[in-house]
Design a protein around this ligand. Structure first.
Ligand code: CP
Length: 308
């Protein structure tokens, strides 16, 4: 189906071939990520962020500016008419009438799909509750592809809050298109939800689970770390029980392959020691930086910017 005019609600709306088109385009966009390529002149992107964000929102903004387009939008509803009781559907209808595409982040699972049903313009899901964060997963796979030249054959450890982190859900969906070995690592209460385990089984994905990062670290090419998603816990006491339960530090990475890389969608809280930042394993800041060319490629493909 390609990308033009498409909504991006989950990674599973796309095929492996679509992702590879995106990665090739992102590699091309790296040349312009600190300059300008005016292929979206006159296009407007609406950013509807009902939840906080640093990287996703600002990398979409940077991407649109680098491509010559403009933005409207909000972060938090305090200064919008939702504070007066306007509903989500009417808010999306308005953005749809002003802009060429809408990026939405919302705490409710399914909010982006709902917005896509209301809007005629393409809707891009920038995170809905604990469910999906597809453009983060696209960025994560792009980072692996840039580092290793392939995703097939990688051994990937995913460490942290596998229950509530939407990036984990989307990452595993995206990895289902590739032949990878997965080591899932988490405290027992933060094991993946049943739906995600069933998804992996249905796709024939090879995985194991442990609560001990030391058992997996020596086998992985990529250690993908996520923070505990405090804001998603129904009971704050459950968060207190797992708080600080894992940490990536120099002692752990001593056991890793020399070529192992550490990725993290960020923000980091306390799960990666600052001392790790200066090791040759750390890739999380580079990963975040690649968010600009990746989202430039995404906007170009969806909005139809043409260049050689
Ligand atoms: N990775 C990510 O989604 O970061 P933000 O919450 O800062 O957008």
């Amino acid at each position: 189906m390609g990308w033009l005019g498409r909504d991006v609600i989950t990674v599973l709306d796309f095929k492996r071939e679509d992702l590879e088109v995106l990665f090739t385009e992102a590699l091309n966009m790296e040349k312009y990520a600190k300059s300008r390529l005016d292929i979206l002149n006159g296009k407007v992107l609406a950013l509807a962020f009902f939840e906080p964000s640093t990287r996703t929102r600002l990398s979409f903004e940077t991407a649109m500016l680098r491509l010559g387009g403009s933005m409207i939008g909000f972060s938090g509803t305090e200064a919008t008419s939702m504070a007066k009781g306007e509903n989500l559907a009417d808010t999306i209808r308005m953005l749809d009438s002003y802009a060429n595409a809408i990026v939405i982040r919302h705490s409710l699972e399914g909010a982006a799909r709902f917005a896509a049903e209301v809007a005629e313009s393409p809707v891009i899901n920038a995170g809905d509750g604990s469910q999906n964060h597809p453009t983060q997963a696209m960025l994560d796979l792009y980072t692996m592809w840039r580092e290793f030249g392939t995703i097939d054959g990688l051994s990937i450890g995913i460490l942290g809050d596998l229950r509530y982190a939407r990036v984990v859900n989307s990452l595993i969906q995206a990895l289902s298109y590739y032949k990878v070995k997965l080591h899932l690592i988490s405290p027992e209460p933060l094991k993946p939800r049943r739906e995600l385990l069933e998804f992996m089984s249905s796709r024939g994905m090879a995985y194991d689970w442990t609560d001990d990062p030391y058992k997996a670290i020596g086998d992985v090419d990529v250690l993908y770390v996520v923070r505990i998603q405090r804001e998603r816990f129904p009971d704050p006491m459950d968060y207190e029980r797992v708080r600080g339960a894992y940490k990536v530090d120099l002692k752990l990475i001593e056991r890793a392959k020399p070529s192992m890389i550490i990725m993290h969608p960020l923000p980091r809280v306390d799960e990666v020691d600052f001392a790790v930042d200066s090791t040759h394993h750390a890739r999380y800041f580079k990963q975040a930086g690649l968010g600009v060319p990746l989202r430039m490629a995404l906007l170009k493909l969806i909005l139809g910017g043409d260049h050689e």
